[in-house]
Design a binder for this molecule. Structure first.
Ligand SMILES: Cc1cc2nc3c(=O)[nH]c(=O)nc-3n(C[C@H](O)[C@H](O)[C@H](O)COP(=O)(O)O)c2cc1C
Length: 376
């Protein structure tokens, strides 16, 4: 039995091995995004489990900068550390290091399609080599007592769509849950995630199956759970600039009402995230690294394009805070004016929703042309 109802954090809980999650809404691992500051912000909206971005096993063994990916905090719990590599012994040793560093769960990346990764036999390339999958999972399983999961794709291409076979190997090796992003490597991030494959995998495995791909709204989340029967859902790009979606999903799953944050609340969340980033990365790197989040936070908002052009040059926290204050003040004024039938932003701002908002719906699913800046 993978599920029990209801979890203390809203929605049904989900057990992965000995780890009992408060709910079944998970934050996806995203390279360059799911660092400690971002995870801390998303945790505030109640996600049941969050992951580090993928961490190189050989990098961890060498020590040095890679170890920073293991940084966590008491608020950042429970934490899954995702490892990538191709060598069973190195992955096993890296899993031991991550466990000793405080991970609550270890995940093995078998889905990364990036050339630099697959050419070393890691990431999604592992799925092409079932014997190596077995060797890796046996080695890691033998090395740690923590819950162990794998994250896979549909397969390399349509001819080599072997997700179910790899899922079965994982189950036989004692893995505690499988996450699937049901696109092939050749698909990259194009087209749609094939949710039917999530349902097929769920029907064939005894361990929990977590679905990933194309959840952009609370309705999508509820539909993935209902249509595929999966045990948990993982949200990736839908969280970028939109961390409160996790809370909205949890409310929706529980049959409650869904409302996003007010403009004042958004501004407060963005500033809190910025402060965490500066605290973590320092005064120079923090604000620069945060620029990508500023772009995501303002995507689709009135005057967002104008703000983003300006934000591209921001190099310090004070300037970022000032720009946000000015932008949100103008947004509040524009909101008031539109409520009273007036015009919006002066100074050539774009009309609300003029950019970044998908309007075409096919088969009840929103096409995903938007790729986040920095998507691999
Ligand atoms: C910027 C970015 C970075 C990603 N990095 C990782 C990663 O490090 N490990 C991983 O397993 N998947 C990674 N993914 C894939 C996501 O975890 C997720 O499976 C995929 O984006 C589909 O879900 P979505 O439609 O909700 O974004 C990444 C995706 C994006 C957009």
């Amino acid at each position: 039995m993978n599920r029990s109802a209801p979890g203390p954090g809203g929605g049904e809980s989900l057990s992965i091995g000995r780890l009992v999650l408060r709910n079944r809404v998970l934050l996806a691992p995203m390279a360059g995004v799911t660092d400690l500051p971002f995870r801390t912000i998303v945790r505030g909206f109640g996600c049941g489990l969050a992951f580090t971005e993928m961490v190189s096993a050989s990098g961890l063994l060498r020590g040095g900068k890679t170890c920073r990916y293991l940084d966590s905090s008491p608020l950042d719990r429970p934490l899954g550390v995702q490892l990538f590599g191709a060598d069973p012994a190195a992955l096993a040793e890296a899993a031991r290091i991550a466990a000793a560093g405080g991970a609550d769960l270890i995940d093995i990346n078998m889905g990364c399609p990036v050339k630099k990764v697959v050419k070393t036999g890691s990431g999604a390339a592992l799925m092409r080599d079932p014997q190596r999958v077995t060797a890796v999972l046996r080695a890691v399983r033998g090395a740690i007592a923590l819950p162990l999961t794998v994250k896979i794709r549909a397969g390399w291409n349509r001819r080599e769509a072997n997700a179910v076979a790899v899922g079965r190997i994982a189950e036989d090796c004692g893995v505690d849950a499988v996450t699937i992003h049901p696109r092939t490597v050749e698909q990259g991030f194009g087209g749609f995630a094939d949710w039917e494959l999530i349902a097929s995998l769920k029907a064939r495995l005894r361990i929990p199956v977590i679905g990933s791909g194309d959840i952009r709204s609370p309705g999508d989340a509820e539909r993935m759970l209902r249509e595929t029967g999966c045990d948990g859902i993982m949200v990736g790009r839908g969280v970028l600039g939109n961390p409160w979606i996790i809370g909205s999903i949890l409310s929706h799953i529980l049959g409650g009402s869904v409302s996003g944050p007010s403009l004042a609340e958004r501004e407060e969340i963005i500033n809190r995230h910025l402060a965490l980033a500066v605290d973590y990365y320092g005064l120079t790197v923090g604000p620069r690294d945060f620029r990508k989040h500023l772009l995501w936070y303002t995507k689709g908002l009135q005057g967002g394009a104008q703000f983003r052009r300006m934000a591209a040059g921001i190099t310090d926290q004070a300037a970022a805070g000032e720009a946000l204050r000015d932008y949100f003040r103008r947004l509040v004024v524009a909101e008031g004016m539109s409520e009273s039938g007036g015009d919006s932003f002066s100074g050539g701002a774009l009309p609300a929703g003029a950019e970044g908002v998908q309007t075409t719906v096919r088969n009840g699913r929103i096409p995903r042309q938007q790729t986040a800046e920095g998507v691999k």
